[in-house]
Design a protein around this ligand. Structure first.
Ligand code: FAD
Length: 546
């Protein structure tokens, strides 16, 4: 199989072009011309490929650009210009041609329609494999109704909620699309391009911290599903994987909704981090699972203006709502850090199990709500997990999450427990809300979060918040609003896979965040593409019977 870089000529990459935030398009063109030592009239065809804000000097806020310029007679320029900020040639674009030869008797089955499953499915469909995607939750429009119903009535649908349903866990999210995963093969760019093909704003292709927002993401996932179906794939909602059939160390079939059996030779497990019953099923069927570290804590809300002013100074209103990233190694020996920060967003009740409460954050594309919110979380390792019955150790992290989510449910008497930071420090239930009004989707009540967090987490959080106040003065406001508990930060276990992306059972491909190979929307989608490549390298699309 051929994959990776393809370089095209007649293209010049310019980086680190810095201009004041209120610059005009002409000024950008003029700067490009200056760098290339060309008259302005020759700069007719250019594209911004990266845009970031430089806020180091608050009185001189700037945008920094990387651009791609097409110039006639570029060979002459090559001889004249030598600068580290100028590269001749186009950026690599993603390419993969499936050259697998093994016969596939049944179409590949993908479990889960989150980013990992959708991208694996889309790439398989685009290459003629006509995959079957199954998803335990509803298609996105119905799911939105189910979730909004839950937020207003507090009656949870355990199959279609913030964690489960079309689009996966990130559908009700801020839709941050940045990732730290290295991208020599162009998969990251491919993911962003697919998003724009299905309605995401073009800016995600060049903002250094792209985000799409829950409102736009819902439309995008629908478009991806429609393309899969148009290419001969099938997507079935309210369809849960309930068993797998194995013969001589390979998968041969699956059971859906406890009643329907289908033959299956290639099974992609893109189930996310919250399908605890499915993890248990894999455990019972002998898949190799390993507990892993993750982090737990709370969501914290501050006024967005406090954050934006701190990041950008008095000119903050000229720029999009600011984010932040904070981390601290505390004297308890644990780290506390901000995670999944949502500028101008909502805290959401993102529970998926009866009798437990988990929270997270989301925002619309405009990020124009009054509060900034972020998870503030503390690392926990398998040493912190409960002692399990012999043979059940792999599920200890799942049990750990469940214990604290149940305590949150009790602390909030079934609603999201909310507390002011000052009261967390004094270990007392909050009596009133202060000047920061929670912006929370779901019902909440004032409570004492000390009752639903391990002491070492509370201690580390308090120390962290005090320290973060030095970076963002006002962060340790006694009236900052905390909601609990944030437990679904990443998967509590890994489904082991080999270099060919296969589990220890032949034909099973663990994929995405739940399997432990991604953290976030884009990296999960990229992992979906990697699993597609693994399947395409082994199997041919010819002869698939439906
Ligand atoms: P998931 O998206 O979890 O998808 C798994 C799917 O599998 C689910 O739809 C589930 O219903 C389905 N499934 C599970 N078991 C079965 C079964 N047995 N049968 C059939 N279907 C099954 N990440 C970011 O990068 N940026 C953000 O801004 C962001 N914000 C977030 C906000 C919220 C509220 C939440 C909950 C998460 C957020 N995340 C964010 C994390 C991000 O959503 C996940 O990292 C990402 O969705 C993981 O993708 P995935 O495809 O691996 O799994």
């Amino acid at each position: 199989a051929s994959k990776g870089r393809r370089w095209e000529q007649n293209m010049i990459q310019l980086s680190q072009l810095k201009l004041k935030i209120d610059h005009t398009e002409e000024e950008l063109k003029a700067l490009i011309a200056k760098q290339l030592k060309l008259p302005l009239s020759q700069i007719t065809d250019y594209k911004i490929v990266k845009k970031s804000i430089d806020a180091r000097k608050k009185k001189e806020l700037s945008y920094v650009y990387n651009v791609e310029v097409t110039i006639q007679g570029e060979d002459k320029l090559k001889k004249r210009i030598h600068s580290p900020g100028i590269i001749f040639g186009e950026r690599p674009t993603y390419q993969f041609i499936p050259e697998g030869r093994k016969e596939l008797l049944n179409r590949p089955v993908i479990v889960g329609c989150g980013p990992a499953g959708l991208f694996c499915g889309l790439m398989l469909a685009r290459n003629g494999y006509r995959p079957l995607l199954i998803e335990r939750g509803d298609e996105v429009d119905k799911r939105v109704k189910a979730v909004e119903g839950f937020w207003s009535s507090n009656e949870l649908d355990t199959e279609s909620n913030v964690q489960f349903g079309e689009g996966g866990a990130g559908t009700f999210s801020d839709g941050k699309l940045n990732t730290l995963v290295k991208d020599a093969a162009g998969r990251n760019r491919k993911v962003l391009e697919v998003f724009t093909e299905h309605g995401a704003p073009e800016e995600i292709l060049y903002f250094n911290k792209p985000h799409i927002g829950t409102d736009r993401l819902r439309e995008v996932v629908k478009g991806i599903r429609e393309e899969i179906i148009a290419l001969g794939g099938e997507v079935r909602f309210r369809t849960c994987l309930t068993d797998i059939q194995l013969e001589q160390g390979r998968v041969t079939g699956i059971e859906l909704n406890h009643k329907e059996q289908i033959n299956c030779q290639v099974l992609v497990l893109a189930i996310g981090h919250s399908a605890r019953d499915t993890f248990r099923l894999f455990h019972d069927r002998g898949l190799k699972l390993t507990p892993k570290s993750f982090a737990i804590g709370v969501r914290v809300e501050h006024p967005q203006e406090l954050v934006s002013k701190n990041q950008y100074g008095e000119l903050f209103h000229k720029l999009p709502a600011a984010d932040y990233k904070l981390a601290y190694n505390s004297s308890t020996g644990r780290s506390v850090y901000s995670f999944c920060m949502c500028p101008g967003g909502f805290v959401v009740n993102s529970s998926s199990e009866l009798g437990g409460i988990a929270v997270n954050g989301m925002s619309n594309h405009a990020r124009d709500e009054r509060n900034a919110n972020s998870a503030l979380i503390v690392t926990v390792t398998p040493k912190d997990f409960p002692i399990m019955e012999p043979g059940m150790e792999a599920l200890a992290g799942v049990e750990f999450q469940r214990i604290w989510e149940k305590k949150a449910y009790r602390a909030g008497r079934g609603l999201v427990p909310v507390q002011l930071y000052g009261d967390l420090c004094n270990n007392r239930e909050s009596a009133t809300i202060g000047h920061i009004i929670p912006n929370l989707k779901g019902k909440y009540t004032l409570a004492n979060l000390n009752e639903c967090l391990p002491d070492y987490v509370t201690e580390t959080l308090i120390e962290g918040i005090k320290t973060f106040d030095r970076i963002i003065p006002g962060y340790a406001d006694e009236e900052a609003v905390l909601s609990g508990v944030e437990t679904r930060t990443s998967s509590p276990l890994r489904i082991e896979r080999n270099d060919h992306f296969e589990a220890d059972i032949t034909g099973i491909y663990p994929c995405g965040e739940g399997a432990g190979y991604a953290g976030g929307i884009t990296s999960a989608a990229m992992d979906g593409i990697k699993v597609f490549e693994a399947i395409g390298s082994t199997f041919s699309n010819k002869g698939i019977c439906i």
